[in-house]
Write a protein that binds this ligand. Structure first.
Ligand code: ING
Ligand code: ZN
Length: 309
């Protein structure tokens, strides 16, 4: 495929690789990118956001996408990296990404949980949480997607530090969550659209996950994810279920998309990428490109609609 631009032989990237790639991209494309250090992890790994923009004057709209909140969901950072590469390669070549970059800035955090991600490469491939340690407990890590200040630590989270869904000592106790909330609070006026990328299960979710109650713009969000799911099904013959988090999978408080929504960013989504359980978190590298293409179809469909509003 001539349009693949060498993007059809993906592999997973180590944390060091990702830092290198993001840094190199920012140096090679200063006209389209800006590297922003938003904070650091518990183990003092940097949290870099890459800002992507078209070659044009300033605009007032922005989109945020974070990947790798959960360490073992390797396809998630792979998608953020794929997205950056796709944007840089095909800006002014392919209309969809050109329109997105001409009309809004795109902030990408490729690995929100670098300590956990590193740990899945060295020690335990199935680790989910971050790697924060706390005196008085021998268990390590907080579930960053239970640590946001959104009905924090109610049904669907655990106050047991040994649990995989441990909510932490208090809302925003974790430096990774603090870095993201600080950035988003100070960019609330421009950021209209939020995506958080997870795996697996093939789901397109929107708030709320912390309650079964419907958000005010439920119908609008439902129609957006429905259209995204139809597009993926038509072009990639793959099924993505969709709906609010609580109704579609389970009650889960303290999640990023719910917190973002309650900050007033009402186009807030969590995507669960491939697969539906055959390989689960261990999605083989030869499936990365397909998973990323269809995830991009979903992001693009929603982003284009939100730009029309
Ligand atoms: N799923 C998410 C989790 O953190 C989720 C589901 C989405 C929860 C949005 C809260 C908010 O459990 C995975 N696979 O991590
Ligand atoms: Zn996850």
């Amino acid at each position: 495929d001539p349009k693949s631009g060498g993007m059809n032989n993906e592999r997973y990237h180590s944390l060091e690789d990702i830092y290198y790639l993001v840094n190199k991209t920012s140096q090679e494309h200063p006209d389209m990118t800006k590297l922003i250090l938003i904070g650091s992890s518990f183990e003092k790994n940097p949290l870099y956001v890459l800002k992507l923009s078209g070659r044009r004057g300033p605009v007032d709209k922005a989109m945020w996408m974070d990947c790798g909140i959960h360490a073992r969901e390797w396809i998630s950072p792979a998608f953020c990296i794929w997205f950056i590469k796709y944007a840089i390669t095909f800006y002014k070549e392919i209309p969809d990404i050109t329109t997105l970059l001409d009309k809004m800035d795109i902030y990408i955090l490729p690995v929100m949980n670098p300590d956990g991600y590193k740990y899945t490469w060295t020690t335990n491939r199935m680790w989910r949480k971050n790697r924060s340690v706390r005196q008085g407990s021998s268990c390590v890590g907080v579930d960053l997607n239970r640590n946001f200040d959104a009905n924090w630590c109610t049904v669907g989270a655990s106050s047991n530090p040994c649990s995989d869904i441990y909510c932490g000592q208090y809302p925003e106790s974790e430096p990774e969550v603090q870095a993201v909330t600080k950035f988003l609070r100070s960019h609330k006026d421009s950021v209209k659209l939020y995506f958080s990328i997870h795996s697996y299960s093939q789901l397109l979710l929107f708030p709320y996950s912390y309650t079964l109650e419907q958000v005010p713009n439920y119908t609008e969000l439902f129609e957006l994810v429905q259209e995204a799911s139809f597009k993926i099904r038509r072009h990639y013959k793959n099924i993505y279920r969709y709906g609010s988090g609580a109704k579609t999978i389970y009650l889960a408080p303290g999640g990023s998309d719910d917190w973002v929504y309650d900050q007033g960013i009402t186009y807030s989504f969590t995507f669960e990428l491939q697969d539906r359980g055959r390989y689960g978190f261990l999605l083989p590298p030869n499936l990365i490109n397909n998973a990323c293409n269809e995830a991009f179809a979903g992001v693009k469909t929603i982003a284009m609609r939100v730009l029309e509003k």
